[in-house]
Design a protein around this ligand. Structure first.
Ligand code: 5GP
Ligand code: MG
Length: 496
């Protein structure tokens, strides 16, 4: 069988398998809008917390795709002249506006490459296609081996390319009636996807519902899809519904339609870490507003691990604020912002010398010593991963005169790697790996340390319509909702 050739643009021969890259991304799509690229831009700005490494937008006029993608924030990746080009392109058919998709990519590593910027663009028998992916596949390697044996040449190290190659495969002459559904049915793992074809947009979510994906509608009726409801709010769209796990939603000149590529039998596995850290507090996620859930985490933590005679509760900005609010309220302790972050600091790990790195760490925040001097401080943060930045912050707090530091973390210890799209390090880089809470306490240099219990956390998210068993908490429990292939290591393929 002669398989269609798929070309991924820009063409990248190889990318060294990146030992650390784990990504969480944001996606957006709109159809039938006069300025789809500008709209995608605003949505990507609202989703910038989901990824800062690279960004891209692809627009169609109903016939041909046009792409812009670069490293950096969306403001850098797709500047105004590019937006104008994309929007002009999308309107080149008389009186029928086209559509666009956009993507933010996240990576915590310094070693990053513009050739991993999404959306990827490919060609297959059905024409052009662009793809934006949030999540991580656990069978990408297996699929890749199979497709390579069948004659497909791969251009990137990204697991997202396997999805395009599968689509090409099922679109071949003796292929399937519904190539996209057939391709998606082969995927295992986490994926919230937007595809832009020349004449339509298709959005799909994995059968386990790992990552969020929602449908919205603009006041003029144009349909949109995106990762988080904050993007809908920013562009003035109303929330319609979540894309169901296992569903494909199609946006085209004929309106919105839906079909399934997987039945609804898979047990749900919504990522609990979206609620802990990743999603915006203002997002309505898996049926609940993130801020409210995080406040409940903090309240529960105050009940589980109170601090006697605490003078103040200090939020670790920005990620600890919501839980700290709940902790302060539940423990009737004053909430004081004593740690002030510098929002304009760059990444610290690329600084060459030890002194520069030390300055860079100090650059990240200032402590208000009047608030902490001689005080018994409760510091609340959402999570500890490697422990390195937390240790540095605790040292600064101590240097500013804090008498006692009681660190409270609004999730359990992260002891297991995530294979579904969160960028936790290898097991051995996790500070909680094979360490007791007492050992971690001593390493972080605090007077006491407590984490929210897994039970407590699941109690806080459980609703009558969505029970605790519907969440993936594998990073805390080590129990993975689906089988993770033996020997799958964090560095096997890059993902998003
Ligand atoms: P650590 O002490 O582990 O170096 O850093 C802990 C901090 O990292 C916490 O404040 C937490 O909000 C933040 N954090 C948790 N997960 C992630 C992530 O995936 N990416 C980034 N950049 N920060 C994270
Ligand atoms: Mg943080």
């Amino acid at each position: 069988m002669r398989l269609p050739v798929l070309r991924t643009i820009p063409s990248h021969r190889s990318r060294p398998h990146d030992a650390e890259a784990r990504e969480k991304c944001g996606v957006f799509g709109v159809w039938a809008h006069q300025s789809p690229a500008r709209l995608a831009y605003s949505a990507l700005v609202a989703l910038q917390h989901r990824g800062q490494e690279s960004a891209g937008i692809v627009a169609t006029d109903g016939r041909v795709l046009e792409r812009r993608a670069e490293m950096g924030l969306v403001s850098n990746a797709v500047p105004p002249p590019d937006l104008d080009t994309l929007d002009t392109h999308a309107n080149s058919r008389p009186s029928i506006p086209g559509g666009a998709i956009g993507h933010n990519r996240y990576s915590t590593t310094g070693a990053s490459a513009s050739n991993n910027a999404q959306p990827f663009l490919g060609h297959f028998k059905g024409g052009q296609v662009a793809i934006g992916h949030n999540g991580n596949l656990v069978n990408a390697r297996e699929l890749r081996d199979e497709l390579e044996r069948a004659g497909h040449g791969f251009h990137t190290s990204s697991d997202t390319e396997a999805i395009l190659q599968l689509l090409a495969h099922y679109s071949s002459d003796d292929g399937s009636q519904d190539p996209l559904a057939s391709a998606l049915a082969r995927l295992r793992g986490a994926f919230s996807l937007v595809f832009l074809f020349s004449d339509r947009l298709e959005a799909a979510r994995d059968p386990w519902g790992w990552r969020p994906l929602v449908v919205g509608r603009l006041p003029d009726g144009s349909p949109v899809v995106t990762s988080e409801t904050v993007a809908l709010d920013v562009i003035g769209a109303e929330f319609v519904r979540e894309v169901e796990p296992g569903e494909i939603v199609t946006l085209s000149d004929d309106g919105v339609s839906s079909r399934r590529f997987a039945d609804a039998s898979a047990p749900l596995a919504h990522c609990i870490f979206e609620h802990v850290y990743f999603a915006s507090p203002a997002t309505r996620l898996f049926g609940q507003t993130v801020q409210m859930v995080r406040e409940r985490f903090g309240e529960r933590l105050a009940q589980e691990a109170p601090v006697e005679n605490a003078d103040l509760v200090i939020p670790m900005p920005d990620s600890g604020r919501s839980a700290a609010t709940g902790f302060a309220r539940a423990s009737a302790t004053p909430y004081r912002e004593a740690i002030i972050p510098n929002r304009y600091v760059g990444r610290t790990f690329i600084k060459p010398t030890k002194e520069e790195r030390a300055t860079a760490v100090r650059l990240k925040l200032n402590i208000i010593s009047e608030l902490v001097e001689g005080q018994t401080c409760v510091v609340v943060d959402d999570s500890v991963v490697r422990g390195t930045t937390t240790r540095a912050k605790m040292d600064q707090l101590r240097a500013a005169g804090a008498r006692e530091i009681h660190l409270r973390i609004s999730c359990p210890p992260i002891r297991h790697p995530c294979f579904f799209g969160i960028d936790f390090a290898e097991r051995t880089q996790l500070v909680a790996h094979e360490r007791s809470v007492e050992e971690i306490r001593s390493l972080l240099g605090v007077d006491s340390l407590a984490y929210l219990s897994l039970d407590g956390m699941l109690d806080c998210v459980a609703m009558p319509s969505l029970g605790r068993e519907n969440y993936c908490a594998a990073c805390f429990s080590g129990t993975y909702p689906i089988e993770v292939p033996n020997g799958l290591s964090k560095e096997s393929l890059t993902s998003c």
